[in-house]
Design a protein around this ligand. Structure first.
Ligand code: OGA
Ligand code: MN
Length: 218
């Protein structure tokens, strides 16, 4: 099921009730037009500009364990720092959603961290979980797509699996679209893309002290 939203909500006071409901009912939701075309474009220009200036290959693991591993993922990432108007607007929208989820579900989402990701042609990210049960403070994942257009045969879909490892969704990375899913429950992978694929991946986190563990895939 894919829900479509016309306006950029948050700023327009739109309700995120349907996201909350979907998280309760099935643990994930795909939302078309989560971002306005205008904000999607502003963020696309920004990531293109960062990419031209040179951003880094993504690593897997955290802290001392961080490694750049070509077999697992081949995207390039750059953490958002809220220093531009477009980033601030995006973060405000993601915060509004967090507040609504917290109000209804008492998930205790504390903060949100996100990075731009650039998958050049040939890039992929093998099947993984963003968090392991009880070991991570990443609770809710969102991925937001920034390409201007995406054709069905370009590859680069996000394949989402259920807890029994059955494929449940193949999400085309269409601009403005977002997916939200509970981080511990859904293994997922980025299929090899044939075109440059632009996205923002973000994680809502709880403020737990899990210092002895390493978060995967940062
Ligand atoms: C990730 C991830 C999915 C996507 O960065 O952890 O799974 O569709 N990204 O870009
Ligand atoms: Mn992931």
């Amino acid at each position: 099921m894919t829900v479509s939203v016309q306006d950029s909500f948050g700023s327009s006071g739109h309700s995120y009730d349907f996201v909350v409901d979907a998280l309760v009912e099935k643990g994930y939701i795909i939302v078309d037009d989560f971002l306005s075309a205008e904000l999607t474009q502003a963020l696309r220009y920004e990531v293109n500009d960062l990419n031209r200036r040179g951003i880094n290959r993504a690593g897997v693991g955290r802290g001392g364990e961080l490694q750049v591993n070509n077999d697992i993922r081949s995207d390039k990432t750059h953490w958002l720092d809220g220093q531009t108007d477009a980033q601030r607007r995006l973060l405000a929208q993601c915060d509004a959603l967090r507040d609504e989820v917290n109000r209804h579900l008492f998930m205790g989402l504390h903060d949100y961290e996100a990075h731009f990701a650039v998958y050049e042609p040939g890039s992929f990210y093998q099947k993984h979980l963003d968090a392991f049960k009880g070991r991570s403070n990443r609770v809710l994942t969102n991925v937001i797509y920034l390409n201007n257009q995406w054709q069905d045969d370009w590859g680069g879909e996000l394949a989402v699996y259920d807890e029994a490892d059955k494929l449940i969704e193949r999400v085309l990375p269409k601009g403005g679209r977002a997916i939200f899913f509970l981080s511990e429950r859904f293994p997922h992978e980025v299929l090899k893309t044939t075109k440059q694929r632009l996205s923002i991946a973000g994680w809502y986190r709880i403020n737990s002290n899990t210092g002895s563990y390493v978060d995967p895939a940062r």
